[in-house]
Design a protein around this ligand. Structure first.
Ligand code: NDP
Length: 284
């Protein structure tokens, strides 16, 4: 029995943000270009409103210019597409983010296709998804990119390791598997149809849990000494945030573990800042 080292997402996130802020200052001094991010939110979803506020705050922290568009629920497809097109042509804006989910009457896929791939700082456009697949990319989706940063900055090497990703969404699981593969991991992807999940997860040297089920992964599903990354963000009945991993028991067998909150969560917005800086640098 061991007690896992905690991977401190808040501290690593602060470290990365300080680097982004320093590079931003250099970019402004050298070129006069200030990275600019536009965030669009449609409707009144309270969780989305919190994300948008946090993104604006993060922009201020690293020295970016930012614009927030808070549009009414009744916004039409045409209006939203027209806004995205205008921002595509706006020299002060380098990154465009449309906060998901959108209200049901809007066609999410069509909107995401409208965002110029050069300003697609979420890396959801099929063009950027394809570039990630072939390993020649400018932008990485923020959550998986944040996980890789946590792994690397904790001194964990991926090369040759058994990596098991549980969850196969386009936002987390699939790109996560691809990034671990690019980093020379031997990667298995599990999902709701996987037979004997615990048998697979017990093989993992690096286990990434991204299913959205509170405290689902217990110590008996984890190999002694594994690195456990918990992407899950679930609300308990008492309102408390919890991950997909049963932290109490798993931290007794893992060698490294990310807590929730304070693990992967803080990295996601930081990676958005990194992509926006990159988008601005690419315009030079
Ligand atoms: P999705 O709901 O899109 O995908 C969940 C995936 O988990 C699916 O592939 C599903 O399988 C799989 N799954 C569900 N139940 C099981 C099970 N019992 N056994 C095995 N696999 C299962 O979720 P997301 O990928 O968008 O998000 C996953 C979690 O990560 C959520 O808790 C979300 O809140 C969190 N999240 C956190 C972020 C952060 O910044 N920290 C950012 C984004 C997400 P199948 O495909 O077969 O249905």
């Amino acid at each position: 029995m061991s007690t896992a080292k905690i991977i401190d997402g808040k501290a690593i996130s602060a470290e990365v943000r300080a680097e982004i802020a320093a590079n931003t200052r250099r970019l402004i001094e050298k070129t006069g270009i200030t990275p600019g991010l536009a965030v669009i939110i449609v409707g009144e979803d309270p969780a989305s409103q919190v994300y948008v506020r946090n993104k604006r705050r993060a922009c201020e922290e690293v020295g970016f210019y930012s614009e927030a568009y808070e549009l009414p629920e009744a916004t039409s497809q045409e209006e939203l597409e027209a806004l995205v097109e205008r921002l595509n042509g706006d020299k002060n804006i380098h990154g465009i983010l449309v906060q998901l989910p959108l209200p049901k009457h809007l066609d999410e896929e069509k909107i995401l296709l409208k965002i110029s791939p050069d300003k697609d700082v979420d890396a959801f456009h099929p063009y950027n998804v394809g570039r990630i697949m072939i390993g020649n990319y400018d932008f990485l989706p923020c959550t998986p990119a944040g996980v890789m940063e946590l792994i690397h900055r904790s001194g964990v090497s991926v090369g040759g390791k058994e990596c098991v990703v549980v969850g196969r969404s386009n936002i987390v699981g699939k790109p996560m598997a691809m990034l671990l593969l690019h980093d020379n991991g031997t990667v298995t992807v599990c999902h709701s149809r996987t037979k004997d999940l615990a048998e697979v997860t017990r093989r993992a040297d690096i286990l990434v849990a991204a299913i959205g089920k509170a405290d689902f992964f217990t110590a008996d599903m984890v190999k002694e000494g594994a690195v456990v990354i918990d992407v899950g963000m679930n609300r308990r009945a008492d309102g408390k945030l919890t991950g997909d991993v049963d932290f109490e028991s798993v931290s007794q067998v893992a060698s490294y573990i990310t807590p929730v909150p304070g693990g992967v969560g803080p990295m996601t917005i930081t990676m958005l800042m990194k992509n926006t800086l990159k988008a601005a640098e690419r315009t030079i």
